[in-house]
Design a protein. Structure first.
Length: 312
């Protein structure tokens, strides 16, 4: 049975290489293609931006807030891919003098993450050319990466798997079916998802490999690390949600009552918490993987930590 499992595992790494080669894309040739964003359309669908829940906003204001959120959505992925690429490069050392198929799969993964970072830097520059001045993306990628990479490998791989699974869920369930979005924006996340599909598989494989090497006590400490990382992510979301709400209020062209401003700020934070935390932890594939590794008591600790975020 163990031999069969190892053969199946090896086949999954090889399949990721085959698909990676087949779907590989170039930023200019395949994604941007000389185009600009269509600012007459939303960037993010309502299911992700939650702007439809802010009933006091006009249709144009909801579109503008969607574009602000869409700009942050791209910047946020550029940020997380800084530590994801570094961690995958780090865990690849386990295969340096071993299985070269596994090593190639992880090297390709890292190369694609570097390309994705460049794509999102390009997207930020293109958005800045067309949108009013004053937007600020506050989290610093290297500072965030330093904090994340200071945690256990198990926790970082858990967070990474969570992120890459919600990338796929967002695209397939919401972005792809929405015909009202900017076509260029949709194409950015089409191509992103095509490569992230392989990354999610490799995340799971490497996370399970790491999990198998931990003692019960080490895993328990790793669960604490994961809880701490989720808390740190929420702190970043609170920071950026406030900045994006301030930016919208400054550029939207009208004033709002204090009660509406409070609702707006709460609505943006709710959307960001759903985008970057809740949608991932509720993903069935993620819950299945995590649930197979931890005890009921550890699951309860995670659930208790998540409750204020999920129920906000």
């Amino acid at each position: 049975m163990q031999t069969i499992q190892k053969q199946d595992e090896a086949g999954r790494y090889a399949k990721c290489i085959e698909v990676s080669k087949r779907v590989r894309w170039d930023i200019d040739r395949d994604v941007i293609r000389g185009r600009k964003f269509d600012f007459s359309r939303k960037f993010l669908p309502d299911a992700i931006s939650k702007v439809n829940e802010l009933e006091f906003l006009s249709a144009d204001e909801r579109r503008q807030l969607s574009q602000i959120q869409g700009r942050t959505y791209a910047n946020m992925f550029g940020l997380v891919e800084r530590f994801i690429g570094a961690k995958i490069l780090d865990v690849s050392r386990e295969h340096w003098l071993g299985d070269q198929v596994k090593l190639e799969a992880l090297v390709r993964f890292t190369d694609e993450e570097l390309k994705h970072q460049e794509l999102f830097r390009r997207i930020e520059r293109m958005a800045a050319e067309e949108m009013p001045e004053g937007y600020r993306f506050l989290p610093q990628p290297n500072d965030v990466a330093s904090v994340v990479l200071g945690k256990s490998t198990w926790a970082v791989l858990a967070l990474t798997c969570h992120i890459e699974l919600f990338v796929l869920a967002h695209y397939h369930a919401s972005i792809d079916p929405d015909t009202g979005l900017s076509e260029l924006y949709k194409d950015v996340f089409l191509h992103h998802a095509r490569e992230e599909s392989q990354h999610a598989i490799l995340d799971e494989l490497e996370w399970r490999r790491e999990n198998a090497n931990l003692s019960a006590a080490e895993r328990d400490r790793a669960v604490d690390d994961l809880i701490a990382l989720v808390g740190a992510v929420d702190g970043l979301l609170q920071l950026q949600a406030g900045a994006d709400a301030d930016y919208f209020l400054a550029v939207c062209g009208r004033s709002f009552a204090e009660r509406q401003q409070v609702q707006l700020r709460a609505g943006v934070l709710k959307a960001y918490r759903w985008q970057y935390i809740v949608s991932g932890v509720e993903d069935p594939r993620f819950t299945d993987i995590l649930g197979s590794m931890i005890t009921p008591q550890q699951s309860a600790r995670i659930g208790s930590a998540l409750a204020p975020i999920v129920n906000s």
